[in-house]
Design a protein around this ligand. Sequence first.
Ligand code: NAD
Ligand code: MG
Length: 400
Amino acid sequence: MTNVLSPSSAATPRRLIVLGATGSIGRSVADVVEHTSGQFEVEAVVGGSDAHALAHMAIRLKARIAAIADETALQDLRAYLAGSGIEAAAGSQAVLEAASRPADIVVAAIVGTAGVLPTYAAVQQGRRIALANKECLVCAGAPFMSAVKTYHADILPMDSEHNALFQAIADRPVSSISRMTLTASGGPFRDWTAQQIAAATPAQALQHPNWSMGPKVTIDSARLMNKGLELIEAHFLFGIEADRLDVLVHPQSIVHGMVSFDDGSVIAGMAMPDMRIPIAHCLAYPARVATRVKPLDLAAIGRLDFSAPDVIRFPALRLAYDVLRDGGALPTVMNAANEIVVAAFLAGHINFTAMNDIVKRVCDIAMRSHKNITLTAIDEALHIDAWARLEAKECVTTFG
Ligand code: NAD
Ligand code: MG
């Protein structure tokens, strides 16, 4: 697990940069920071296009600078920050500069491929990255992890399953691990028939039973595509191949990940389903800080259920396994096409099952051309990402 962590030598308070500060993860980061008064200070907050929310977060966290990706939002951001002493900046270059500022930890919580370059900018500064943005690794896993090594950066997994696996592995060698298991709640359609799932509306798909998250990851979760992306994330984070990665449906979302060792021992990572727990773990690592999350009470929960995932009703999971096994740039293609279809579904342009059909179709088109590519550079991954988006957009027009 080279470069997936070593204890920090940073002095307290730790300086944070929060990429994606206005999102669901960003708000949970703010909650953890506020509850640990004085342990963290915020250098920069970065957001996409909501100037009001970003200014609010910058003031709340007493950030030095707020950078917004949407250039046209600069005037508004300045106006909302007037009198606060917080610097405002806008545009993609400003976002990269904010991500490159001095910090002990950079929280990577921008959604989607938009997070790749800002997170990479922080990697190039040799920072510790608390990684929520799984799409970074699905889009550009090999060059990204190689850059982590080259620039002496390190990664703490913030995604709850990977965080649980990381804690369960501790300092044991990955070679002693026989299997890693990620759990999935099963989402809102866990017990629905294929016919019911086919007719699911965006409003139904956005009702996640256990987690409150941003719209993209919620739609991914309703299809088990999120678990598919997480398999690929685990592959790159821990250097473990598809055949040693399992998924178990676990409706209570209390066990997040399990590591099975060669001797038959299994270590499970458990916690309440609340992102403030993995966030607090990453921010304080290797120390521990208190969170406002209510303690795990297994007696009150009563039972924990597990079952194998149904890849007939949830074909996105099977596609992700195939893509991971086929390798090359296929994960990049799947990830990019997936972003397009989720946006199209949320906009009402395609139905629920068309999301998987289109992603599969774009991956099939890419099979011959992209299977044997060895991705060596982030730009190369982004180039393929752009191609896959165009293909997916064409399919959306045809399906829509
Ligand atoms: P969200 O939609 O709630 O927030 C996304 C954030 O990204 C916002 O701050 C938005 O302004 C910002 N953003 C979007 N486009 C941007 C751009 N071009 N430049 C700069 N910033 C931009 O999403 P979320 O649920 O917080 O998820 C963020 C990431 O964390 C995703 O990759 C998701 O898969 C991952 N994740 C989320 C959860 C969760 O509980 N929400 C759990 C595990 C992992
Ligand atoms: Mg997760």
